[in-house]
Ligand binder design. Sequence first.
Ligand SMILES: *[C@@H]1O[C@H](CO)[C@@H](O)[C@H](O)[C@H]1NC(C)=O
Ligand SMILES: *[C@@H]1O[C@H](CO)[C@@H](O)[C@H](O)[C@H]1NC(C)=O
Ligand SMILES: *[C@@H]1O[C@H](CO)[C@@H](O)[C@H](O)[C@H]1NC(C)=O
Ligand SMILES: *[C@@H]1O[C@H](CO)[C@@H](O)[C@H](O)[C@H]1NC(C)=O
Length: 286
Amino acid sequence: MLWSVPVALALASGANAHVAAFVKGMYCEGGPDPSNYNSNSNTPVNPLWDLPFEQWWMQADRGCDKAPPPGNASVELPAGGSFTVELAHNQAQTTLSFNGQFAGEWPDGQDHPENWSGPGNPPDCIQDDGAMHTQNQTMAAGSAWAISYNSDISQVNMENLVVFSVLEHTPWKRIATYEVPQDLPECPEGGCYCAWLWVPNGCGQPNMYMANYRCHVTGTSSTKKVAQAQVPVYCGNDSSKCLSGAKQMIAWNQASGNNVQVPNGASPAYGTNMGWTPGAQNDIFQ
Ligand SMILES: *[C@@H]1O[C@H](CO)[C@@H](O)[C@H](O)[C@H]1NC(C)=O
Ligand SMILES: *[C@@H]1O[C@H](CO)[C@@H](O)[C@H](O)[C@H]1NC(C)=O
Ligand SMILES: *[C@@H]1O[C@H](CO)[C@@H](O)[C@H](O)[C@H]1NC(C)=O
Ligand SMILES: *[C@@H]1O[C@H](CO)[C@@H](O)[C@H](O)[C@H]1NC(C)=O
């Protein structure tokens, strides 16, 4: 059966691809149509740019808000531990598809040097149709996860969706491991809503990424509550201006629903320039 999969199918779909986190528990696993499972789907990786709020929020533009995880799967978040996902250009290039035969070290399933970078010195953008949106690993803007303690995703909003983990210098390789705050409490019956988030820094269209997941916290006896999320504030390299505590996702360069302002020429990132330190966000509780 596996022999019938044309290799060109997986590779060809890499062109003009971007990145999303693939893991059991994701919405849009196998694409937006549950009756037509697509192992070669890149639906969740396509960027969000210049869209009205109703369309970018939860990738409603492509129906991913209406395609819950098959088999009621859920991403496990071990309190005080970590969880691993696959950052890829296409589900075909992850272990969720084709027994992982097209999953390589990198998001595109192809080979690259450890110090993969664009041409020139200092390097220009990596020449991959803007899929990685970076010059090299150092310049990769960082990606993040947010959680909302609601099993009914219609109740999720910008104020109750709180960024809880940041991984600097990503997206980079396929395997990415994010830390979980020790004090996250249990999710309600039916699980929590989680989002994978990324705002690249240049190297192509200045867009953003928000993919949907069901998630649940394990190994916790915490009775703390996650605080209401505040709008993140640009602080650049001046840490005295950074906002601590629970923060909202970044909504940027959309037709409506934007929440952040940055100086001309700057790009907001899930990183220090918006007040996030790398790793688990342990300051998000009431
Ligand atoms: C990348 O590493 C290789 C092997 O160490 C080296 O030859 C090459 O010059 C490096 N390239 C850049 C752009 O640093
Ligand atoms: C990464 O790229 C940036 C931008 O071109 C450059 O300033 C920096 O020196 C590069 N870092 C490495 C380790 O090559
Ligand atoms: C689906 O998963 C959630 C969270 O893991 C659980 O609470 C719920 O009971 C499950 N529902 C069904 C129908 O299995
Ligand atoms: C901080 O950023 C400002 C504005 O971009 C710049 O002028 C300054 O040199 C930077 N300072 C450091 C220490 O990087």
